[in-house]
Design a protein. Structure first.
Lengths: 392, 165
């Protein structure tokens, strides 16, 4: 029995190691490829449009651009090298719905191996352009500055939306199958996936919900807290998997905004008289101070979810940026001399392995922090007793 | 940076729909049954523990009952043994007494018998001595009386004896 458990544990840690090394290689490979292509085209005249011409330093490897390309949302998923996956573009242009594949914007690859874009005329006759991943209506005079273009409402399934839908399908599959085990009855001993999931469900219930909200009311908020916890965690983890397009779902402000708004709405709607009373007329405080305190309290209603949103986005994005920055460092040194590149590469890879471990922790930690704070806000809104002072 | 910090209406739209629907679906299909079963299981475990505790107590009380019974049985046995021993002692003592009294009775009887026999023997002996004495006296008298002289001398002697008396 014991040796099997040890073997499984060892295999698991090896798998994790392998996964992380792969990640480093994946990022590295792609960028090396880009740089190699780039160096070949050193003297070649690049005349793709004024977007490229505008950048005098285009010839040099730009780590900032590379990093932004990986962490920003987009209309296609970039796996590795020239492997791209198109995503549906859904536009609402003055009440007119346009649906087409984002591959319609693709125009082959330039000498650096980067995807080139062209304009596309939809069935309705309107011509659209993918301007730095922002879909605009083409003015008919080629490329121009973004501000000159009229932009339709963009309801596209972007990279982050696609990743989110993928995670949601995954969640439905996993938790439906796990729930089926539970429906079999309370007398059945937990098996398989149930064993992996149950500790986290219990963790959210016993360490997050009940201490923050109280045993009596925690049950109402458990579905939201569990969904948020697993959603954020799984999205964070998906972002760490290499070759998969570098998803940055929980680093996308639009998505964390939705989560934070839900927290805000649930907190506000479950707020009892006690909660609102403490915000608009804090008891036991002189009138003069009330005048100062009340606006602060009112602001805090909005600041709390706002901070939730920014913390999650910033933490996850920062993790991606750090790892990519080390890749950029290697490539930057490698551009000047191969020896310097390899030399820096050894240190950078070691540090990236370390960062991947940190990011695994952060992926869980941020899901936990978001869930815990949401639970604390719900608890604040629903508590009956006079504990308010403890939180300020 | 603009792509990173801007909020896209479309993404917000999809995220809201997707997240709220997964929340509702999971609430109905997964979290509800899972949390309910977890609670039931915990209750079941708590009940089982409580029952085990009760069973333990029952066992302890049974054990003490058993011990009590055992103790009583032991006491009973001791009492019985003691009684039996006493009775045995008593019986032995009685038997001894009876034997002693019988022996003394027998002895007394024997002594009495011996006395009687002795007396009878003495009486018979007396008779025989008397008859023998008479016979001897007869023979002596006869012999004496055969000779006139001797007869005279005896007469005279006898007369003298009588006179002396």
């Amino acid at each position: 029995m014991h040796s099997i458990q040890n073997n499984v544990r060892m295999m698991r840690s090896w798998l994790m190691m392998a996964l992380m090394t792969l990640g480093v290689v994946a990022y590295g490979q792609h960028e090396t490829h880009a740089v190699a292509a780039h160096q070949k085209s050193d003297s070649a005249a690049v005349a793709v449009g004024h977007a490229e011409e505008a950048h005098a330093e285009e010839e040099k490897f730009n780590p900032g651009e590379m990093i932004m390309h990986h962490i920003s949302d987009g209309h296609q998923i970039h796996f590795i090298g020239k492997l791209y996956m198109p995503l549906p573009v859904i536009l609402l242009n003055h009440g007119h719905l346009e649906v087409f594949s984002s591959s319609n914007f693709w125009d082959g690859f330039n000498e650096k191996g980067e995807l080139k874009f062209k304009s596309y005329t939809a069935a309705s006759g309107t011509t659209y352009e993918n301007h730095h991943e922002k879909i605009v209506i083409s003015s008919g005079e080629g490329h121009g500055h973004e501000s000159e273009h009229e932009a339709p409402m963009d309801f596209s399934i972007t990279k982050s939306v696609f990743g989110m839908l993928f995670i949601i399908v995954l969640m439905l599959v996993i938790f439906r199958s796990v729930a089926a085990r539970y429906k079999a009855g309370a007398n059945k001993a937990p098996t398989g996936l149930q064993n992996a999931i149950e500790p986290f469900i219990l963790f959210v219930r016993d360490e997050v919900a009940i201490p923050s909200i109280g045993k009596k009311k925690a049950g109402v908020y458990m579905p939201f807290l569990l969904t948020v916890f697993f959603f954020i965690w799984m999205c964070n983890m998906l972002g760490l998997i290499p070759f998969l397009g570098g998803f940055n779902i929980t680093g996308t402000l639009s998505i964390t905004l939705v989560l934070a708004t839900l927290v805000f709405l649930i907190t506000s709607f479950s707020g009892n008289g006690h909660y609102w009373g403490h915000i608009f007329w804090p008891p036991g405080i002189p009138f003069g101070i009330k005048l100062i305190l009340v606006p602060i309290e009112v602001l805090s209603i909005f600041i709390k979810p706002l901070v939730l949103m920014i913390r999650l986005t910033a933490n996850i994005t920062a993790g991606h940026i750090i790892i990519l920055a080390f890749v950029g460092l290697v490539l930057l040194f490698g551009q000047n001399s191969a020896v310097a590149g390899y030399g820096v590469g050894v240190g950078a890879v070691l540090f990236m392995i370390f960062m991947f471990f940190i990011e695994l922790l952060v992926a869980f930690l941020q899901a936990y922090v978001f869930t815990l704070l949401a639970a604390l806000y719900f608890g604040d809104a629903t508590q009956e007793h006079h504990h308010e002072e403890d939180h300020h | 940076m603009e792509g990173l910090l801007s909020v896209s209406v479309g993404t917000v739209f999809w995220a809201s729909i997707a997240f709220i629907s997964v929340l509702l679906i999971l609430k109905k299909m997964a979290w509800g049954p899972i949390l309910k079963t977890l609670e039931e299981r915990e209750q079941g475990i708590a009940n089982a523990l409580k029952q085990a505790e009760l069973a333990k107590e029952e066992m302890a009380s049974l054990k003490s009952g058993n011990e009590q019974l055992l103790k009583e049985a032991r006491e009973e046995r001791d009492k019985l043994l003691k009684e039996a021993k006493e009775m045995g002692d008593k019986m032995r003592a009685e038997a001894k007494d009876r034997a002693a009294s019988e022996a003394s009775q027998l002895l007394a009887n024997a002594q009495r018998e011996i006395e009687t026999q002795k007396n009878a023997a003495i009486a018979e002996l007396k008779n025989q001595v008397a008859s023998l004495s008479i016979e001897i006296a007869e023979k002596l008298v006869k012999d004496k009386l055969n000779d006139a002289e001797k007869q005279n001398a005896l007469n005279s002697k006898l007369i003298q004896d009588l006179k002396a008396n």
